[in-house]
Design a protein around this ligand. Structure first.
Ligand SMILES: O=C(O)CCC(=O)C(=O)O
Ligand SMILES: [Fe+2]
Length: 356
């Protein structure tokens, strides 16, 4: 645990604070200078049901959830706080009120709250200011290239704000979807998403060799090989399937009406890399999917030249792709297609064969 002494106000916060949080803490304290205060950077998955016997009533559990939902705003006297709080320094100086973390076999946070209650030291939660959210140390892996990118299952709220395209919700406006030959086009991910995904796969670096022999597949054989990295190779498969369910499936239901498959299934989820001197193009084929998604990860004319996807039956080529925009098209039978030749630079796309 790291200690962050707040010099302006007399207090100690038991968690590293950002400048923004510090300022917010200080302005809170100016208004109410007493006791021990927890100010809002909750871990989103935190369960409030873990009080010891003294504090556990279902009423209280209800109330605390209510506070977290920001309704109504205020300063709340609560029986239990943990993870991130500010303690008035006078409580620490005085031996009789100094925090203690050990009582019988209680966990340290339970013991801390229990002793405060026994001593009539009030603990407060404020939800008046937004302090952001704590990450869950059990799932936040700082060894990953982009830990936040992996947080979709643990903190969907922040993940969505960080990675989903700012115009995603416009896809659901009537008549807003655009298509040609039943190839639909949607903004879905932002530039941070596309850049971080490229970084993650390039850092991993084990691209397939582009031959038909592919030990990653159950049959060991790939009929139409690309140079790619699968999501399970970067330990992102559960996260990716959740992305398909939460952000891709609703768009599919919008445009291919009457087809429901929740959750979507997908075994083949991979980033493809095209380069003139490696694999510049992909021969005509059908995908083994009910529908396929194809998200552009970088920018034509800037990062590469050429490239794109051509649907042969309709003589329809999509070459003006934009990073974070997703093509969605039927996989089998009608949408025989090819990857057009990249003549310069590197083109990256993210592909999923959904419901094979
Ligand atoms: O290059 C493209 O956009 C098409 C890729 C593709 O068809 C595939 O990976 O199955
Ligand atoms: Fe394909």
């Amino acid at each position: 645990m790291s200690f962050d002494l707040l010099s302006i106000m007399s207090g100690i916060s038991l968690c590293p604070l950002t400048e923004h949080s510090k300022n917010n803490f200080c302005s809170l304290l100016e208004k109410q200078n007493s006791g021990i205060r927890s100010a809002g950077p909750y871990s989103l998955k935190y369960k409030w049901s873990t009080y010891d016997g003294h504090a556990a009533t279902s009423d209280r559990v209800m109330n605390l959830n209510w506070i977290i939902m920001h309704n109504p705003l205020g300063l709340w006297n609560v029986p239990f706080i943990s993870n991130c709080y500010l303690i008035n320094a006078t409580l620490i100086k005085n031996k009789a009120t100094r925090p203690s973390y050990s009582v019988d076999d209680l966990d340290p946070d339970m013991a801390f709250a229990y002793i405060n209650r026994e001593r009539y030291i009030h603990m407060y939660v404020s939800n008046r200011l937004d302090f952001g959210h704590l990450v869950d140390p059990d799932t936040y892996n700082i060894k990953l290239t982009h830990p936040d990118f992996y947080q979709i299952l643990d903190n969907k709220f922040d993940w969505e704000k960080r990675y989903i395209h700012e115009n995603y919700s416009l896809n659901f406006h009537p008549n807003h979807q655009s298509q040609q030959a039943y190839v639909y086009w949607f903004p879905i991910a932002n530039r941070r998403f596309t850049k971080e995904l490229i970084n993650v796969v390039e850092t991993y670096g084990h691209w397939s060799d582009g031959t038909n022999h592919d030990p990653r597949l159950s049959g060991g054989y790939e009929n139409v090989p690309t140079r790619d990295i699968h999501m399970n190779q970067i330990n992102f498969e559960p996260q990716w399937l959740y992305f398909l369910k939460e952000y891709v499936r609703p768009l599919q239901e919008l445009v291919f009406t009457g087809y429901y498959h929740d959750p979507p299934r997908a075994i083949m989820n991979f980033v493809v890399r095209y380069r003139p001197d490696e694999q510049p193009s992909l021969r005509p084929h059908h995908d083994s999917s009910t529908y396929t998604i194809n998200i552009a990860l970088n920018e034509v004319g800037v990062d590469y030249e050429g490239g794109g996807c051509r649907f042969i039956r309709y003589n329809c080529s999509v070459t003006d792709t934009k990073p974070g925009w997703m093509l969605m098209h039927p996989g089998r039978l009608t949408h025989y297609h090819e990857g057009l030749k990249v003549t310069k630079g590197t083109r990256y796309i993210m592909i999923s064969f959904v419901d094979p």
